[in-house]
Design a protein around this ligand. Structure first.
Ligand code: TMP
Length: 208
């Protein structure tokens, strides 16, 4: 099963993935956790270029192709092999981030992005996408307060992040069987309980 986590900056995706992975592993599931951009040696090098705050002159086309290149590597080297072994793959962002950030955020053509994304992934789609939704100002300040890395995209205007969040809402509404939207503006343990019950339901279990 391929599960992706999406959401604005500071919505707690990496914490929730770690908690879910621990829970599933304790219950005997074989789980891989990955992130985008990155997750492979080549992808991590691309991540460095994408997130370097010195790269202020990067044009949106370069940006989207770098994200797609990192994704192509991750799909071929990690995600498909893990899925074919029956493992659960939890991925921190995937193709929907490109639609939200480069499409709704930057205004690139959605049709082109859909084609590029399908090319990079071989049309691989998640079985479940969890949107950790929260106020963008709160997310950005949470990230700053926790002293986390502020990357090139974090430094965009709040209006950019608002467009990204709205974009996520549109994407989630268009495909309600794949997407589940959770309120991430709650204590970590409450969000973790919501994530667990969402995933258990997809696994066809009520409890483990
Ligand atoms: P994060 O790993 O801290 O979430 O940072 C990833 C950043 O990259 C975040 O600002 C979202 C952005 N991003 C895109 O703009 N497009 C993409 O396709 C992906 C995967 C991430």
């Amino acid at each position: 099963m391929f599960i992706t986590f999406e959401g604005p900056e500071g919505s707690g995706k990496s914490t929730q993935i770690r908690l879910l992975a621990d829970y599933l592993r304790l219950n005997g599931y074989r789980v891989d956790t990955l992130r985008e951009p990155g997750g492979t040696s080549i992808g991590d090098q691309i991540r460095g270029v994408l997130h370097d705050t010195a790269n202020t002159d990067m044009v949106p086309m370069t940006e989207v192709m770098l994200y797609s290149a990192s994704r192509a590597q991750l799909v071929a080297a990690c995600i498909r092999p893990a899925l074919s072994e029956g493992r659960i793959v939890l991925c921190d962002r995937f193709a929907d981030s490109t639609l939200a950030y480069q499409g709704y955020g930057r205004g690139l053509d959605m049709g082109v992005l859909a084609t590029l994304t399908a090319f990079a992934t071989g049309s691989l789609r998640p079985d479940l996408t969890i949107l950790l939704d929260m106020d963008v100002r709160h997310g950005l300040s949470r990230r700053r307060d926790e002293g986390q890395e502020m990357n090139r995209l974090d430094l965009e205007a709040v209006s950019f992040h608002e467009r990204v969040r709205e974009g996520y809402h549109v994407l989630a509404a268009a495909d309600p069987t794949r997407w589940v939207t959770l309120d991430a503006d709650q204590p970590v343990s409450s969000v973790a309980a919501d994530v667990r019950s969402t995933v258990l339901e997809r696994l066809g279990r009520t409890s483990l």
